[in-house]
Write a protein that binds this ligand. Structure first.
Ligand code: ADP
Ligand code: MG
Length: 619
């Protein structure tokens, strides 16, 4: 039989390598920024269009390349950074594999302009899918500019796999932060679709963190310093009371390179043990320095994982250094979690004992006679008008939106509603046979012809709200409640970017933003089903959902994610008592849904138990 093995042509080999090196636009950003740093630049500008799908450009004032080097830089295994395998263990550059530019050029349209200081004229090269299209002299200042256009233009499967612009931009910003935080002495700027997102002047570590994450970050930082023979640590951890539900701000840098390490992350968690509220994560910005001989960076093409010779020792040193800092800065004793945990989390009103208000029932009350609304209800600070003869629908919304501004009073509000609704419906109710009841303030049991339904109240309500919000976003019919005083909220630049990306969809659900710029958001209108006091938590939840967006096979839809997120934030929690009318309303709304049987996150909303099956148990 004839020989069948052949060497792959270069451009195919490059495309295969690109599969590992370039997963998404953010990977290109990382490689280009790192090349500029290796070129000794002290000013680096990143320009992005459409989350990197149409353009990623990096302009630096580094040492540039000669005419020949400019051409060679796109060859695979072409690098100026190492000469032998031994050099791998004495690295002081970001790159060393010589495959980034070759990979990128195989799957995009690339335009390189570069000039060395001593040269009068620079070089411009255009490459499309590994093929050099042109090479010309060009007049430019010292440095290099690389523009990567139409990424994955020749690999439709990869291009289609890219997520929404919000998500891809988020990944780009993450990479940008990882690089910029590691190099505070270099000044960086980033532009997206023509507007400047970040402008980070040359500074020290602390200033860089504050410039990146916003002014309020400064007060959150606790310094960590430790020098031992094997490891030098500097940097900061976030005070525990500022811990967030998202893992966003967690950074390890080893010899100025951002790395991921779940093992070292564990060391930090161990140091914070007992100091964090449930489901929150401490932020950290830790700069570790080790002897390059004791680590191996070449275990993964993206170079974000490294192998340490002696991980256990590093773990122990790191843990004790962080613990020491938290103790030294008096962080630990200030917190009294027994007392604080409920006060700190307005959205977590579970487990609060109900305080029964004294309510007099007006037995002569007739719901069909027009009268002024009760003062307890009317005292709400919001302009939410309630008709005396309310449909179940509006009763329900009332319960959600009529909240007392003081967090934690949710149960009182409920009791008021409880009394009101029962006085309104008592007469009716007593005539009917009660068809629903609540089990453990968690399940609604409903009798049906063939037996009974057991409905998970939280999941069912999520389904109802999800379909409502999705409808509002797509049909644009939401009503907004105007706030008397616009609500000013503080978010970091990154978070503002996410909100901005979602702005039009949020507005379709009823949000009105009177201001939306770096670090400040002003909300002047909110959806009717939302309480003013919950806005911050809801927006935080949305941001965290966007950040933690798990890759799935379906096409990501922003509207869908937003509807899910809002539904999750606003759904009745387990532990909340519901009146009978509320229970019935929920059951009816659930079965009016398109897909009543599963929650927006694909979990069962109800189960049925047939009388037959129950009969059998009595045999
Ligand atoms: P690596 O960074 O691993 O060496 P790359 O493919 O990223 O591989 O780059 C190849 C070579 O091109 C580098 O070694 C460097 O000599 C040159 N190069 C790339 N980007 C720049 C830049 N911005 N300025 C100067 N030289 C650069
Ligand atoms: Mg490189």
């Amino acid at each position: 039989m004839a020989d069948i093995i052949q060497l792959l042509p270069d451009h195919v080999a490059n495309q295969i390598a690109a599969g590992e090196v370039v997963q998404r636009p953010a990977s290109v950003v990382k490689e280009l920024l790192e090349n500029s740093i290796d070129a000794g630049a002290n000013t680096i500008k990143l320009i992005i269009k459409e989350a990197g799908k149409t353009l990623i450009q990096v302009i630096d004032n580094g040492k540039g390349m000669s005419v020949t080097d400019a051409r060679l830089s796109f060859e695979r295994h072409a690098t100026s950074k190492i000469k032998s395998a031994e050099d791998l263990f004495n690295l002081n550059t970001k790159g060393f594999r010589g495959e980034a530019l070759a990979s990128i050029a195989a799957i995009a349209h690339v335009e390189l302009k570069t000039k060395q200081e001593a040269d009068d004229i620079g070089t411009q090269i255009k490459i499309e899918g590994s093929e050099v299209v042109s090479q010309d002299p060009v007049v430019i200042p010292k440095g290099t500019s690389i523009a990567v256009k139409n990424l994955f233009y020749n690999i439709p499967a990869r291009r289609n796999f890219l997520k929404s612009n919000t998500v891809e931009l988020r990944h780009i910003i993450d990479e940008f932060h990882r690089v910029t935080l590691a190099h505070p002495s270099i000044s960086f700027s980033m532009h997206h679709n023509g507007s400047e997102l970040f402008n980070l002047p040359e500074s020290n570590n602390r200033q860089r963190i504050v410039n990146t994450f916003g002014g309020k970050t400064n007060e959150k930082l606790v310094p960590v310093e430790e020098v031992t023979e094997v490891l030098k640590i500097s940097g900061f951890v976030g005070k525990p009371e500022f811990a967030r539900k998202t893992r966003g701000e967690q950074f390890f840098f080893v010899n100025n390179r951002f790395i991921k390490s779940s093992y070292l992350n564990h060391a930090i968690n161990a140091a914070f043990e007992g100091l964090l509220r449930d489901n929150t994560h401490a932020s950290y910005f830790l700069y570790l320095e080790v002897d390059p001989q004791t680590i191996d960076i070449n275990i993964h093409p993206t170079k974000t994982e490294i192998k340490f010779d002696d991980e256990h020792t590093l773990y122990a040193i790191l843990r004790s250094a962080v613990k020491h800092s938290l103790g030294q800065f008096n962080i630990a004793p200030i917190l009294d979690f027994e007392r604080d945990s409920n006060l700190d989390t307005p959205y977590n009103y579970q487990g609060k004992s109900a305080h029964t208000p004294h309510v007099e029932v007006d037995r002569g009350f007739n719901p069909f006679v027009d009268e002024k609304p009760k003062s307890t209800v009317a005292s709400s600070s919001m302009s939410f008008k309630k008709e005396p003869v309310a449909s179940w629908e509006s009763l329900y919304v009332g319960l959600e939106s009529k909240g007392n501004e003081v967090s934690g009073n949710f149960s009182e509000v409920q009791f008021e509603t409880d009394e009101m609704t029962s006085s309104m419906f008592d007469e009716e109710e007593t005539k009917k046979i009660q068809k629903t009841f609540q089990l453990h303030n968690k399940y609604i049991v409903n009798t049906i012809k063939s037996g009974m339904l057991v409905i998970d109240q939280n999941r069912a309500h999520q389904r109802v709200l999800y379909e409502d919000f999705l409808q509002q976003i797509t049909v644009k019919e939401a009503v907004s409640q105007q706030l008397l005083f616009p609500l000013e909220l503080k978010f970091s630049n990154t978070e503002v970017v996410i909100i901005k990306e979602l702005q039009s969809q949020l507005e379709q659900t009823g949000f009105v933003f009177s201001k939306l710029d770096n670090e400040a958001i002003e909300v002047s209108g909110i959806p009717v089903s939302v309480k003013e006091s919950n806005i911050n938590a809801i927006l935080e939840q949305i941001i965290s959902d966007v950040e933690n967006d798990v890759p799935d096979n379906n096409h990501f839809s922003q509207s869908d994610l937003l509807a899910k997120s809002l539904a999750k934030s606003l759904a009745i929690k387990n532990g909340n008592r519901l009146t009978i009318p509320e229970q019935e309303h929920l059951v009816n709304s659930l079965f009016a849904c398109k897909e009543p049987s599963i929650s927006p996150t694909n979990r069962t909303t109800f189960i049925t138990m047939k009388v037959n099956d129950i009969d059998k148990k009595f045999n």
